[in-house]
Design a protein around this ligand. Structure first.
Ligand code: FOL
Length: 209
């Protein structure tokens, strides 16, 4: 099974988006996302896998996300990743997650694979056994928990993977802050962070089985 890490910023009620965008603008949190998803040993790069809506939500000037192998999932094989003027850029389109994960680029080695959204890819990789046909599961979640304000006007949500409903959930355990820093390979601010009046915390969760 391929190691897969899900990275997300979500409110306490698992809100992740609003009107096709992030509900907040948190530059330092975004820098953490960029650092973690980019970090790879010399000669390696990470793969960032996203749904088509997430691709479109990334500001055009940051697309493709630099220094990462960008993979976009859409069932529409005619989907144009770039406008005519930007077609020298590199990003890859796959019809489903399984074919994306089987993609092995010839010109570089892949270090880590990240699922970066949105709700349907999160659901597919968080689901317990039987959610997706091939049982592709994320074994690690890098969760930025948005604590305050509540951002109650979110219109997009990730599954409640920490739900105690035994039917819906698989057991997850929170890793220590030290384990998060070791995995990320650098310092991560510990405890509640505040940026522009928004409080949040960097967490790492590991699947038990
Ligand atoms: N995970 C976390 N922790 N925070 C997020 O904001 C987040 N966002 C997505 C997925 N996982 C996340 C999806 N949305 C960019 C924009 C939206 C987006 C993901 C990435 C983006 O522009 N990224 C640039 C940042 C440039 C900068 O402002 O420093 C990048 O290079 O990664």
């Amino acid at each position: 099974m391929s190691n897969l890490t899900l990275i997300v910023a979500a409110t306490k009620t698992n809100g992740i988006g609003k009107n096709g965008n992030l509900p907040w603008r948190l530059p330092k949190e975004m820098k953490y996302f960029a650092r973690v998803t980019s970090g790879a040993p010399e000669g390696f790069s990470n793969m960032v896998i996203m749904g088509r809506n997430t691709w479109e939500s990334i500001p055009a000037q940051f697309r493709p996300l630099p220094k990462r192998l960008n993979v976009v999932i859409s069932r529409n094989s005619a989907y144009e990743l770039f406008p005519e003027t930007k077609q020298t850029e590199e990003a890859h389109l796959y019809p489903n997650l399984l074919s994306a994960l089987n993609f092995a680029p010839k010109d570089r080695q892949i270090h880590r694979k990240f699922i970066i959204g949105g709700n349907s890819l999160y659901a597919e990789t968080l689901g317990g056994k039987g959610h997706s046909m091939q049982d592709i599961r994320a074994d690690r979640v890098l969760l930025t928990r948005i604590l305050e304000p509540a951002f109650e006007d979110c219109d997009t949500f990730m599954p409640n993977f920490l739900s105690s409903d035994p039917c819906a959930s698989v057991a997850w355990q929170r890793a220590s802050h030290g384990d998060l820093e070791t995995w990320v390979g650098g310092d991560v601010p510990k405890g509640v962070q505040e940026e522009k009046g928004v409080k949040y915390e960097f967490e790492m969760w590991l699947r038990r089985e």
